[in-house]
Write a protein that binds this ligand. Structure first.
Ligand code: ADP
Ligand code: MG
Length: 485
């Protein structure tokens, strides 16, 4: 456990307290209570059943696939699964909510307490408690930009299953909030219950922030709604913490309110004062029986869970000898962990990890791409590593070849042959170059007797003369022989 990082204010130190509510869209073909499709990007109002449009007299029927996804997620979070849970009506008016209420879960959610372990940049870890996970319907979408005098409503999203995952107020910095969302998303993607595409809105985050003096009771919180990127989550935390500290240091009080984040200005601003929970007049939905699960069914789902990121990280350390940092970076996304394992198969694992983390991620960052769209496959990068391991090219030349592979999508061997980049390992050829350099630099050669480190300078000269193509092992051996002899 790391100590909570504190913020230095004008009047002393402050601790930031953060709890997150994440809405994760469930991967399922049909909606939570109807058979309408959930496919993304369809024309407006083309995927709306009578239930989703809240026609009078229509009855919701629970979709078992969505229930299974919620249970799978709860199990992956190490959480209690409640064999009996209840669907409630959460009543409020909104133009894109045709029923006038949302079917959600309140007093008895399907999943109870669990936890997520965060890996922090300083190598420390923090365990964040999960308070609950419940199932609920998404609302439709109001479109304000389709005409100058009208707001249009698209009900395609109406009724799609969401998991609301609520954390305990256990986070203490923007970094931890970011790490939490990243870890949660990685778990959801690994088990296939949410695609985690925040820019498409399939994962949205409400950020609760308060500040307090270290050791004091919890302060009043604000809730910043609907953040759709990890960067915005972190910036909202930073902005809110600073704003609240200023309010308190000026002798004011933080108002408990809902705020919106403006990404262009990097600020939050008030949206409405926070409703008390009873304003929603929650009551059990009379159209739905309590949801009861079979313990054996739950056990079967548990047995079918894939290897989770924490377990995979531990295995990468044990099986491949990776350090914690490298293993953590690789398992952060399922795709990068898969890529690494394909590359490491039959090759030196640490070399493979270095190439993925430094070279591949470096190129991907510069290109702004994801590993899934990498122009260099694990097999292709493997081809490059095999050329290095076999002595055909030097590690130095390999960097240039890799950049070329990334830019053109071509194979390493084709680039090496075309550009004549094969490493020179021929002792005679290297000896001739070495002789010339020693002859041109008698002073440096003489210095070797008292300062053997000067050999490094000679290696550099040989590499320069051969455009990096000389085999370093052969160069070193020849140089030592000549300088000593
Ligand atoms: P609501 O449903 O009204 O949003 P909850 O009690 O469910 O309220 O809490 C929502 C979130 O707020 C949770 O993630 C919780 O951890 C967080 N939270 C509660 N109190 C605080 C606080 N004082 N500071 C920061 N976060 C808090
Ligand atoms: Mg809330």
């Amino acid at each position: 456990m790391t100590d909570a990082p504190l913020i230095q204010g004008r009047t002393g130190e402050w601790e930031v307290v953060i709890g997150l509510e994440v809405h994760a869209q469930v991967i399922a073909r049909a909606k939570l209570f109807s058979g309408a499709s959930t496919a993304f990007g369809a024309p407006p109002n083309s995927q709306v059943s009578l239930v989703d449009a809240a026609m009078p007299g229509m009855l919701p029927v629970i979709n078992e696939a969505c229930v299974e996804q919620a249970v799978r997620t709860g199990l992956a979070l190490g959480a209690e699964i409640n064999l009996t849970s209840v669907f409630d009506r959460k009543n409020y008016f909104y133009p894109d909510l045709p029923a006038g209420y949302q079917i959600s879960q309140y007093g008895q959610p399907i999943v109870g307490k669990g936890e997520i372990v965060l890996d922090l940049a300083d190598g420390g870890a923090r365990t964040v408690g999960i308070t609950r996970l419940h199932l609920e319907q998404d609302a439709g979408k109001s479109l304000h930009d389709r005409g100058p005098n009208a707001t249009h409503v698209d009900l395609n999203r109406s009724g799609i299953a969401l998991m609301e995952i609520v954390s305990e107020p256990d986070m203490r910095s923007a970094e931890e909030a970011g790490a939490y969302v990243r870890k949660l998303r990685s778990i959801l993607r690994t088990i296939g219950t949410c695609d985690g595409n925040m820019d498409e809105g399939s994962m949205r985050c409400d950020v609760n922030v308060s500040v307090r003096r270290p050791g004091a009771a919890l302060g009043t919180r604000t809730e910043t709604k609907n953040l759709n990127s990890i960067r915005f989550v972190m910036r909202a935390v930073e902005y809110e913490a600073r704003r609240q500290i200023e309010v308190l240091e000026d002798g004011g009080a933080v108002a408990q309110e809902t705020r919106l984040f403006d990404p262009d200005r990097g600020e939050t601003r008030p949206m409405r004062t926070k409703e008390e929970a009873h304003d929603y007049r929650y009551f059990p939905d009379p159209d739905l029986l309590p949801l009861t699960l079979d313990a054996e069914w739950v056990a079967k789902i548990k047995a079918s869970l894939p290897e989770l990121p924490d377990a995979r990280k531990a295995r990468f350390m044990a099986e491949y000898g990776l350090i914690a940092d490298d293993a953590g970076v690789l398992v952060a996304e399922r795709e990068s962990a898969d890529y690494f394992e394909a590359l490491a198969e039959g090759r030196d694992a640490k070399t493979a990890a270095n190439w993925v983390i430094h070279d591949l991620f470096g190129q991907l960052n510069r290109a702004g791409g994801e590993i899934a769209d990498s122009p260099v496959s694990a097999a292709a990068l493997g081809g490059l590593l095999d050329l290095i391991a076999g002595g055909a090219i030097s590690g130095r030349i390999a960097k240039d070849v890799f950049a070329e592979m990334f830019a053109s999508g071509r194979e390493a061997s084709a680039i090496v042959e075309e550009k004549g980049l094969r490493q020179v390992s021929d002792e005679g050829a290297i000896a001739a170059i070495v002789d010339q350099i020693i002859a041109d630099n008698p002073g440096q050669a003489a210095a070797y007797a008292t300062n053997p480190k000067v050999i490094g300078w000679f290696v550099g000269q040989v590499m320069k003369a051969t455009q990096g193509q000389a085999n370093p092992a052969v160069v070193n051996a020849v140089l030592r022989k000549k300088l000593e002899g």
